[in-house]
Design a binder for this molecule. Structure first.
Ligand code: HEM
Length: 131
């Protein structure tokens, strides 16, 4: 069984109140008719059009009942690698400087405990030597 493949352009073409697709976990859902019924309101869904809504959907911690609604809204699978393209385009908007800073930050997170450990042993060495 092969389902329809939805391209990024198709996803983008369906991002208005009258016709909206959501991309969640690599699958595309037509939520147009569901907009008015959504307990979380239509605004939040409209804000997730034309991009990967997986994180937003998961962050809310949707119930199993909410997940059970998905199959009925299913349109097709998102194009292979397409999800990455969406993510890459979001990433491109944040500057490289920020990314580098974040990377350096995580390096610090790694080395700070090691430095403290080294300092502790140095302190032990010197204080035991002076006793
Ligand atoms: C097809 C996709 C979606 C379905 C079927 C869906 C369904 C539901 C359902 C049934 C609830 C009631 C609570 C629950 O059962 O978990 C709910 C709540 C909620 N949803 Fe969604 N949802 C979808 C997408 C989204 C997205 C993309 C967002 C985005 C940010 C979102 C935000 C929320 C929020 C904030 C609530 C909480 C409302 C409240 O408790 O006041 N939902 N959703």
């Amino acid at each position: 069984m092969s389902s329809k493949i939805i391209t990024y352009d198709e996803l983008k073409a369906h991002s208005t109140k009258d016709n909206i697709y959501l991309l969640i976990h690599g699958k595309v859902y037509n939520v147009t008719k569901f907009l008015d019924e959504h307990p979380g309101g239509d605004e939040v869904i409209l804000a997730e059009g034309a991009k990967d809504a997986t994180e937003a959907f998961e962050d809310v911690g949707h119930s199993d009942e909410a997940r059970a609604l998905l199959p009925d809204l299913f349109v097709g699978d998102f194009e292979q690698g397409g999800e990455l393209k969406v993510k890459a385009s979001t990433r491109a908007s944040s500057s490289t400087a920020v990314n580098t800073a974040v990377q350096q930050g995580s390096n610090l997170m790694y080395f700070a405990p090691l430095g403290l450990l080294g300092a502790y042993f140095a302190w032990r060495f010197y204080s035991s030597g002076s006793l």
